[in-house]
Write a protein of this length. Structure first.
Length: 174
C-alpha cells in the first residue's frame, strides 16, 4: 500500500495544486491523493507539484472518513492520517490551480475572496461535454457511494494532468 503524501503543512507552498470540497474529510482528501499519485508518475515540473487539500466549511483537525480511507485503500493509497483543514486566503492566493467538486464550492470561493481567484475549476471540468462535471458528496452514504466518487475522480485524472501540463508550460514561458 502506498502512502500518498498530500501536504498538510499549515502554510501554503507557492505554486501548489489545491483540491477543495466542503469539510475536507471525504472528497478532497481522496481527490488530492489520487492527483498527487498521478503527478508522481509525470516528468518535471509536474512530478514536483505539491497537492494540498482544504474545505470551504472545514473545521481544523477532523479525521478523514473511514469510507474514504477504505475506498482509496482498495486502489493502493493510504489517506488514514489525513486531517481536515479550512480554506485560507494563503492557500487560495498561492495555488497554481484550485480544483473543486461542485459549482457551489466555486461560488463560495468566489464570494469569500476579493478579487475572486481566476484559477478555480471543477475537478471534472476538462472531461468531455456529455459527462456530469460535479462530484456529489458521499458523506453519510454507503461505501459504494465513496467508491463511485473515487471512480469519477480517477476518470478525470488524465484530463487534469493534461490541463496541468499546459498550465505549467505557460508558466515556464513567462
Amino acid at each position: 500500500m502506498e502512502t500518498v503524501s498530500v501536504s498538510h503543512r499549515p502554510m501554503a507552498e507557492p505554486g501548489h495544486i489545491l483540491a477543495v470540497c466542503t469539510a475536507n474529510i471525504c472528497r478532497s482528501p481522496m481527490a488530492g491523493a489520487l492527483l498527487q499519485h498521478a503527478l508522481k508518475a509525470q516528468p518535471e515540473p509536474l512530478k514536483s507539484l505539491k497537492v494540498m487539500t482544504a474545505g470551504v466549511a472545514a473545521r481544523p483537525g477532523d479525521p478523514v472518513t473511514d469510507h474514504s480511507v477504505y475506498a482509496l485503500k482498495k486502489v493502493g493509497l493510504d489517506i488514514a492520517r489525513h486531517t481536515s483543514r479550512p480554506l485560507t486566503a494563503d492557500l487560495v492566493r498561492d495555488a497554481l490551480a484550485i480544483f473543486v467538486m461542485t459549482e457551489s464550492h466555486r461560488a463560495m470561493i468566489n464570494l469569500m475572496y476579493d478579487p475572486p481567484p481566476q484559477h478555480v475549476h471543477l475537478f471534472r471540468e476538462f472531461m468531455p461535454r456529455d459527462v456530469d462535471k460535479e462530484i456529489c458528496d458521499p458523506y453519510g452514504g454507503p461505501v459504494q457511494l465513496y467508491e463511485a466518487c473515487r471512480d469519477e475522480m480517477v476518470e478525470a485524472i488524465p484530463s487534469l494532468v493534461d490541463f496541468l501540463k499546459s498550465l505549467t508550460a505557460k508558466s515556464a514561458t513567462r
